[in-house]
Design a protein around this ligand. Structure first.
Ligand SMILES: [Zn+2]
Length: 140
């Protein structure tokens, strides 16, 4: 059952406050349908589609495998002035937004969070060095 802070108001204090809306809220958990003029809420929208959820599960399994196969940051020598830090992320040189697959191991580099951030903060340099690819399938 959903609890509200309003339920914690003492009965005496609640009784001292006039009005049907207030007494409704102090006696029962908040239910929008109980308040005149407010429609009952719908269930929240799904955050991701079934298809994307399935893809995310496949990707999580793939990244777990790749972390075991490639346990060191692959960008540590490409950007030597950046110190490796954080967990290994899967980085796609050809991003999903540019048509890349997030499930293709050949399109995934295992890099630390610091290098991942650096690459996306310096797209021109990262593109020149092959760590980001423009859409259209340029060879890496
Ligand atoms: Zn790194």
């Amino acid at each position: 059952m959903r609890r509200t802070r309003l339920r914690q108001v003492s009965p005496r204090r609640a009784a001292s406050t006039d009005g049907p809306l207030w007494s409704t809220l102090t006696r029962t958990p908040f239910q929008p349908s109980a308040v005149a003029g407010v429609q009952a809420t719908r269930p929240p929208l799904r955050q991701v589609s079934e298809k994307r959820a399935a893809e995310n599960r496949q990707r999580a399994a793939l990244l777990a495998r790749l972390r075991a196969e490639r346990p060191s940051c692959e960008a540590r020598f490409a950007f030597a002035d950046v110190t490796c830090c954080g967990p290994l992320d899967g980085h796609e040189p050809l991003t999903r937004a540019r048509g890349g697959s997030v499930l293709d191991p050949d399109n995934i580099r295992m890099i630390c969070r610091a290098h991942h951030d650096y690459i996306h903060e310096h797209p021109a340099l990262a593109t020149a060095l092959g760590w980001l690819r423009p859409s259209g399938g340029g060879a890496r």
